[in-house]
Design a protein around this ligand. Structure first.
Ligand SMILES: NC(=O)c1ccc[n+]([C@@H]2O[C@H](COP(=O)([O-])OP(=O)(O)OC[C@H]3O[C@@H](n4cnc5c(N)ncnc54)[C@H](O)[C@@H]3O)[C@@H](O)[C@H]2O)c1
Ligand SMILES: CC(C)[C@H](C(=O)O)[C@@H](O)C(=O)O
Ligand SMILES: [Mg+2]
Length: 356
């Protein structure tokens, strides 16, 4: 059981450290090897995804990833920016299925920016396609605008595209996940405007024929964004493309009380995976010891469940997280009167202490 630990930048090292601490406290023997990635990879090796890091990630059974990115690298040419590391890992490892479960722990019902009655009991699963869409489509770049009123000026462009097989495989993941839940899938698209997403809708509808026991609804992405804050509990499994999934999952994070609570699993066809919080490197709070490590700790629990099949150990971590929340411990991102404010390390220590 080899885990590649890639802490990255900003709060990445702080939160990953806590997740490693929790994994180490379980009593199983995981082989964990660390490597630099993102801005840290660029600073040490001149590339955000150094060869050695990619090799380690490929060899390992799973990757525990912190976060990448820092403002100081924003002016580098795109290929060298820290974000290319996570995009490169997803592509190189074939991690096409991104599972982002948005669960509101009852203890945090008062912490959400939405009214408790709107969010209490929330348990939805966002499935984001992760290796296609406008993120990876070619051509892209900046060129001379060929026609229209701005002809001759520079224009930026990207290409949105999805191959049928890419849509089919993520649709299967969604329908199969729904079978283990409330058997309802909402496919989110923009079929009213975009060719790519009319095609998406048609392909999802055709895959659905194999899953007649699962209810399928189609929804436009703008409506989905509205419904997520209006009546989020109406959703069960939400499946969508790379770009829409990125945006909707950050919105869903706030339903859970904080972006620091939303874990994720990025899986290939064989459940090999990369596990990371859904948030970024939070440069604004990096080094202050206040970042919420729970999304990363919960991502480690997803790793145990999906890649290693260690359901009991995953349950232990998730139960420990519930216990520390019940004890009233909160990092400062969660605003709740009467709670006990703790830092990143104390939160990690509390989870370790609460492991049954
Ligand atoms: N997968 C990734 O590595 C990943 C994901 C998203 C953004 N990024 C990168 O992170 C950098 C910052 O991006 P951003 O500011 O748009 O998004 P962000 O998610 O890093 O931060 C948004 C806000 O949420 C807060 N926040 C995030 N995680 C938190 C945590 N665990 N505990 C407490 N507060 C937390 C931050 O302090 C900030 O105010 C950028 O370089 C971006 O490209 C990386
Ligand atoms: C950092 C960035 C490339 C990444 C994405 O857009 O996928 C992030 O926002 C995420 O949600 O993991
Ligand atoms: Mg994002």
């Amino acid at each position: 059981m080899k885990i590649a630990v890639l802490p990255g930048d900003g709060i990445g090292p702080e939160i990953t450290h806590e997740a490693v601490k929790v994994l180490s406290a379980l009593g199983d023997s995981f082989e964990m090897e660390m490597a630099q990635v993102g801005g840290a990879g660029y600073a040490a090796h001149g590339h955000p995804l150094p060869e050695g890091t990619l090799k380690l990630a490929k060899e390992a059974d799973a990757v525990l990833f912190g976060a990448v990115g820092d403002y100081q690298y924003d002016t580098l040419e795109r290929a060298l920016r820290p974000e290319q590391a996570i995009l490169g890992l997803r592509k190189e490892l074939g991690l096409f299925a991104n599972l982002r479960p948005a669960i509101l722990y009852p203890e945090l019902a008062g912490a959400s920016t939405l009214k408790p009655e709107v969010v209490s009991g929330l348990d939805i699963l966002i499935i984001r396609e992760l290796t296609g869409d406008i993120y990876f489509g070619k051509p892209r770049g900046v060129r001379e605008c060929p026609d229209g009123p701005f002809a001759g000026q520079r224009e930026g462009f990207d290409t949105m595209r999805y191959a049928e097989g890419e849509i089919r495989r993520i649709a299967h993941v969604a329908f199969q996940a729904a079978r283990k839940r409330d058997r309802r899938v909402t496919s989110v698209d923009k079929a009213n405007v975009l060719e790519t997403f009319q095609f998406w809708r048609d392909v999802v509808t055709s895959v659905h024929k194999e899953y007649q026991d699962v209810e399928l609804e189609h929804m436009y992405v703008d409506n989905a964004a509205m419904q997520l804050v209006r009546a989020p509990k109406k959703f069960d499994v939400l499946v969508t493309g790379n770009m829409f999934g990125d945006i909707l999952s950050d919105a869903a994070a706030m339903l859970t009380g904080s972006i620091g609570m939303l874990p994720s699993a990025s899986l290939d066809a064989n459940n090999k995976g990369l596990y990371e919080p859904s948030h970024g490197s939070a440069p604004d709070i990096a080094g202050k010891g206040v970042a919420n490590p729970l999304a990363t700790i919960l991502s480690a629990a997803m790793m145990l469940r999906f890649t290693f099949g260690k359901t009991e150990q995953a349950d232990r971590i998730e139960t420990a997280v519930k216990r520390v929340l019940a004890q009233g411990l909160r990092t400062p991102d969660i605003h709740e009167p009467g709670s006990t404010k703790v830092g990143t390390k104390e939160m990690g220590d509390a989870v370790v202490a609460a492991l049954g």
